[in-house]
Ligand binder design. Structure first.
Ligand SMILES: C[S@@+](CC[C@H](N)C(=O)[O-])C[C@H]1O[C@@H](n2cnc3c(N)ncnc32)[C@H](O)[C@@H]1O
Length: 304
């Protein structure tokens, strides 16, 4: 494929970020990435990729700023409400039925942004189980690659605009009101928050969680390119218990992973773990360097 000069410069920039700073942005869809880069450079008053590369080399923390600015972290409570209702009325009761009394329920919000998604599921689980059972039985993991977003998520403090999706009864039950800098804030109940382990985790690089009953990964895969998405879905398969569920975003679907998940409700993007990983899929869980090594070894074994 013939590349323009600007495309080659952009490629060189991405290669530098990956090889020198461990920041692999090649996993994202290219068009959106270019748009967000240009916006970031415009704000720094830099108008070409070569100058930006120089800037990056001279500012050791710039790649962290870059990452935190170009990742889309828009989120909301009860986003796609019908799907959350379905989850609460069909899927969570099913997860509970699959358990022995008192057995742990493990949930992973992957790409949790500023926390609205994980607090939504925490509220639903508390409504269904009651606060005592929630505190005793639920283990929640909320991860994201964006450290600024994780800070906000841990804080669990939201503006009037941000809590608009929560109905009044739940709002008064699960949030405390306070004033910060003359602004009304709504802070999630600390009992709910304390059960959630927040952590930085890159879905394409870091080891997946394990023994999870429900993986929630909404509005993250849409930003990934079509080679990266199957590798992330394989990691979710690995993370889930045999009878676990995967909840994707409204506009997301299984790409090259139809053999490892069974649709439960397509409209609400809820899937059940199904079948086993093929060797090729299993290799996708390994870090890229090991994956290449194994692939070479396999080719050699096949040849002998
Ligand atoms: C649009 S937000 C979605 C937030 C939430 N899941 C929701 O639907 O409301 C996308 C999130 O995915 C995170 N993300 C993007 N790439 C990621 C990666 N490779 N590993 C982990 N998180 C990632 C971004 O930092 C951002 O917080």
């Amino acid at each position: 494929m013939i590349q323009s000069e600007s495309e080659q410069e952009f490629e060189a920039l991405l290669n530098y970020l990956k090889s020198h700073l461990g920041c692999d942005l090649t996993i994202y869809k290219r068009a959106g990435l270019v748009r967000r880069f240009e916006h970031h450079m415009y704000q720094l008053k830099i108008n070409n990729y070569i100058d930006y590369l120089e800037y990056l080399k001279n500012h050791p923390r710039e790649h962290l700023h870059l990452l935190n600015t170009i990742l889309i972290k828009f989120s909301g409570f009860f986003r796609d409400r019908d799907s959350w209702n379905y989850l609460a009325s069909v899927i969570i009761p099913q997860i509970i039925r699959n358990k022995e009394p008192g057995e742990q329920i493990r949930v992973w919000s992957a790409g949790c942004a500023s926390g609205q998604e994980v607090y939504t599921i925490a509220i639903l689980l508390t409504e269904i189980l009651g606060i005592e059972q929630y505190l005793e039985r639920v283990q929640m993991f909320a991860t994201d690659v964006d450290t600024d977003a994780l800070l906000e998520a841990r804080r669990g403090s939201y503006s009037t605009l941000e809590i608009a999706g929560i109905d009044d009864k739940l709002l008064s039950k699960y949030f405390d009101k306070n004033f910060q800098n003359n602004e009304q804030r709504f802070v999630i109940d600390s009992k709910l928050r304390r059960k959630i382990i927040f952590g930085r985790h890159n879905l394409t690089l870091d080891a997946p969680m394990s023994k999870i009953d429900l993986v929630i990964c909404r509005n993250v895969l849409i930003y990934l390119n079509s080679e990266t998405t199957p590798a992330v879905l394989v990691r979710f398969h690995f993370a889930l218990k045999d009878n676990g569920f995967l909840f994707l975003g409204h506009a997301e679907s299984l790409i090259k992973s139809e053999n490892i998940f069974r649709p439960i409700d397509i409209k609400h993007r809820i899937f059940a773990k199904n079948g086993n990983l093929t060797l090729e899929q299993y290799l996708l869980i390994l870090p890229t360097n090991l994956r290449k090594k194994k692939a070479i070894m396999n080719t050699q074994t096949n040849e002998t």
